[in-house]
Design a protein around this ligand. Structure first.
Ligand code: ADP
Ligand code: ADP
Length: 239
């Protein structure tokens, strides 16, 4: 089943300079896609266009059969609630404990007052704790987020994204600030958890070796265009 279709997407931040040049691709449910390419290739723009953080200059993004590019207001929020985000710099609330950071993934689905006053349901707390267990961080649940290592923070970021019960996870350079060992743990956990829950995942990376190790499909981007789309085994060394 197709989850996401990107149709003839162009993006010019400045007239005449194409960050994305007529990009089209289709992603099926359950894929673990890694987008690779050098800095400035357009990876980040592509990921941001999927959830409409960046609007395309032309073209369309169809998510779950609906156009997200033309969605606005409540409709856009509803579509986005199915898309979890993971960031390079984790974007945790540093002074807040780990469990609450995970619970923040529910934001948008509970009222402001519920979240502001910390009255999450017992069921949500159990779900959050269960996710933390799956990444081996249940013992850190009541620590402040800024007491964790970078790799641990990103594993909390994974839990927060999953707390939304998303159909799709977008991860923009999730391991760019981590050492190789932590990177490996984060990628392994991201892959295992999303696969076990049937969540489709798109990850931006610039490390080809990591992409080859974890991706079910690699998309190579250069100068705003797709220059490779296939299995890791089909990727040649000149990519
Ligand atoms: P990558 O993620 O592969 O490093 P980006 O999508 O960030 O690539 O950038 C693609 C191109 O678009 C680059 O030339 C970059 O300078 C430009 N760009 C990205 N974001 C903006 C922006 N907000 N305003 C203007 N130009 C941008
Ligand atoms: P990263 O590599 O962590 O994505 P960047 O330096 O590429 O960091 O981008 C940081 C921010 O600046 C992003 O929001 C991006 O969209 C924006 N940006 C990137 N290139 C440009 C540009 N040429 N002009 C304006 N904003 C840009």
């Amino acid at each position: 089943m197709t989850l996401l279709e990107i149709k003839n997407v162009n993006k010019e931040y400045k007239a005449g300079q194409k960050a994305l040049n007529n990009v089209s691709l289709s992603i099926d449910e359950g894929e673990f896609v890694v987008i690779i390419g050098p800095s400035g290739a357009g990876k980040s723009t592509l990921i941001r266009i999927i959830n409409q953080l960046v609007a395309p200059t032309s073209g369309d993004v169809i998510f779950k059969g609906q156009s997200i590019s033309s969605a606005k207001g409540k409709e856009l929020r509803r579509l986005r609630s199915h898309i979890g985000m993971i960031f390079q710099h984790y974007n945790l609330i540093e002074r807040t404990n780990v469990l609450k950071n995970v619970l923040h993934g529910k934001l948008g689905q509970v009222s402001f007052f519920t979240s502001a006053f910390g009255r999450y349901s017992q069921e949500d707390r159990n779900t959050a704790m269960d996710l933390l267990k799956q990444v081996g961080l249940e013992d850190q649940a009541y620590k402040r987020a800024d007491e964790l290592s970078g790799g641990q923070m990103q594993r909390v970021g994974i839990c927060r994204a999953l707390m939304q019960n998303p159909a799709l996870i977008l991860a923009d350079e999730p391991i760019a600030s981590l050492d190789p060992k932590s990177s490996d743990v984060v990628m392994r956990q991201l892959k295992d958890i999303t696969e076990s829950k049937g969540v489709t995942t798109i990850v931006n990376l610039h490390q080809v070796d990591v992409a080859k190790k974890f991706a079910t499909r690699i998309i190579g981007v250069r100068k705003g265009e797709i220059v490779f789309d296939g299995k890791p085994s089909e990727l040649t060394d000149d990519m």
